[in-house]
Design a protein around this ligand. Sequence first.
Ligand SMILES: [Zn+2]
Length: 261
Amino acid sequence: MNVARIVMKAAIALLFLLVGSNAPYLSLSQSESVPTQVELCGVKLRPKVVEIVDQIEHYYKEPVQCELANLDDKGEAGYADATHGIPKIYVDTFTGRQELTIAHELLHIWLGIHGFATNPHVSFDKPNEIDGTRFRSALNIIYSDLQHRLIMIKLRAMGFDPDARFLRLCIEMMKSKPVFDRTPELLAFDIDRVDMNYKRVASEMRKWATAGGYGKQVELADRLEQIESQDNPTTTDAAVTTTRKCVNLIFFSTKRYFTHP
Ligand SMILES: [Zn+2]
């Protein structure tokens, strides 16, 4: 943490103290050092996000970098990378310049310093009859969901509404009939994700999927959610174990759920 940041933090803390205690406004006008707002990629950050920035910078002994990039093609608003010892987030030039996106990406790095790696190496013996891409994709989705589960909890605690976008996507998806014939586990993942983070629409999605002929996937989603909430992993190792259990359930004991395309 550099000196400027310490001063800034102290100034922000003072401001909050004054606002929080209903101190007369006069006190503020005496201050010549009005706190400089902390920004990343030109976006102002609230104190709870600045705290995360501080913790990351303290850990890496490097300032957090933010770069604008064109990520829209990949359908992403941002991503984080600290693999080279420099904490860096990238946000989309058009869709990513929002405090929520920046906080989200920062939390990926923050989780990393708290023992939850973003991209761990997960080895798994894949039987030949299972399609490699589909298998790898399932591993990644489950691990990522477990990670985002923690990110969502933290974002809500910071005063964000991280559910809004996903809820909109679910509602949009439910306007047409479910079609998941090639990768039926994807529907189970979506329902499971709703269950984990967005209880508000979970029962609606279950009804929609069941009516569309995907009752077995709803059942699979329930079992995945059961494993995930029972394990409730907060470290990489624990999350890898949970991921393995889920993958086992999907690919090795699900012949009664669906056959391969
Ligand atoms: Zn993320």
